[in-house]
Design a protein around this ligand. Structure first.
Ligand code: ADP
Ligand code: MG
Length: 310
């Protein structure tokens, strides 16, 4: 079966800047795929190449088997892109703009029912006859999503859809994206909120400085990271720790001690024995498996965005 997206050996330079360096990514049909990477990694550049806004210097990209250069029309029809930047034409209302967009893709009035459904699903009904210029940022983002879906693409690409949106809209976007996926569409999501990728994506590729540094299922990626955390509550917080444990400390506050343990090299029993031998009493303990955040940091060295609820 052809992949939904097949990216092979893509290079892109901007002057001296090597934005994409030999990028190859396969996005299976029907998958919920996360394209992750710190700011400037090249995610939007890759998406611009997929949608034909930019040309790669070398390499090929195909959408549902259609090459984005030699079979531009078919490739573009198979793809719906929600761009990172809010771009819109201020002179049209929401409904006018969606009908116009639908027309660009060769649809006529037979598509109006689908447009109305999009308007309703994205809670734009009240704003359907409002000029785009007069909408809030969050509402504009909803319109961009409707615009990306107007021609019923099989592959939906969302470039940082939740950057800077409020909690309510974020939840709505997640729910809507999950529904699109359940309906059989392939979803490619870029985000630097790792909690989001962890919650939604099955397959993940990580870009760093224009290169793919990981491409695996989420489970495999998480399993690859060899550490876990051990959180201990100590009977007394002021006892000096044995030398051998000090290098493992991630956090120490009053009675709480958090250690980073290698899954095979640092057995928990050994930690407990060492503490016991030093006369330090443990009253509670809990282990935590690594999340995507730890894996991401390990692979890119970049601090991921935090405070998604802020
Ligand atoms: P991301 O989406 O992962 O944050 P981008 O693809 O936007 O990254 O950018 C990758 C790199 O390419 C960045 O260093 C960015 O400044 C540069 N870049 C992107 N678009 C252009 C452009 N049109 N001209 C020059 N440099 C660009
Ligand atoms: Mg970007």
């Amino acid at each position: 079966m052809t992949n939904a997206l097949s990216i092979r050996g893509v290079f892109k330079h901007f002057g001296d800047l090597r934005a994409l360096r030999d990028v190859s990514i396969s996005v299976p049909r029907g998958s919920f795929f996360g394209l992750l990477g710190p700011n400037g990694a090249g995610k939007s550049t890759l998406i611009n190449i997929m949608s034909g806004l930019m040309r790669a210097d070398a390499g090929t990209v195909a959408v549902m088997g259609h090459d984005v250069v030699s079979a531009y029309r078919q490739a573009r029809h198979a793809l719906g892109v929600v761009p990172q930047e809010l771009v819109y034409d201020p002179f049209f209302t929401v409904r006018e703009m969606l009908r116009l967009q639908s027309g660009y893709f060769g649809h006529g009035p037979e598509n109006h029912a689908w447009i109305d459904e999009l308007i309703e699903t994205l809670s734009l009904t009240d704003k359907a006859d409002t000029n785009l210029h007069d909408l809030s940022g969050g509402m504009k983002r909803r319109v961009l999503i409707a615009q990306a879906l107007v021609h019923k693409p099989e592959v939906v690409v969302l470039d940082e859809p939740t950057a800077g949106v409020d909690v309510e809209l974020r939840q709505a976007l997640w729910q809507f994206t999950r529904r699109l996926h359940a309906d059989g569409r392939t979803i490619l999501l870029t985000t630097h909120y790792l909690e989001e990728a962890e919650a939604l994506c099955e397959e993940i590729a990580i870009l760093n400085h224009g290169q793919v540094v990981a491409q695996e299922s989420k489970q495999a990626l998480l399993a690859r990271y060899p550490y876990r955390s051990l959180r201990l509550t100590l009977a007394k917080g002021d006892a000096p720790l044995p030398e051998s444990l000090r290098a493992l400390v991630v956090e120490q506050q009053e009675n709480c001690l958090c250690l980073r343990l290698h899954k095979t090299r640092d057995p928990i029993v050994k930690v407990l024995q060492t503490l016991h031998a030093a006369g330090i009493e443990v009253t509670d303990l809990r282990t935590e498996e690594a999340g995507l955040e730890e894996v991401f940091l390990d692979l890119t060295g970049a601090p991921p965005a935090t405070g998604i609820l802020a």
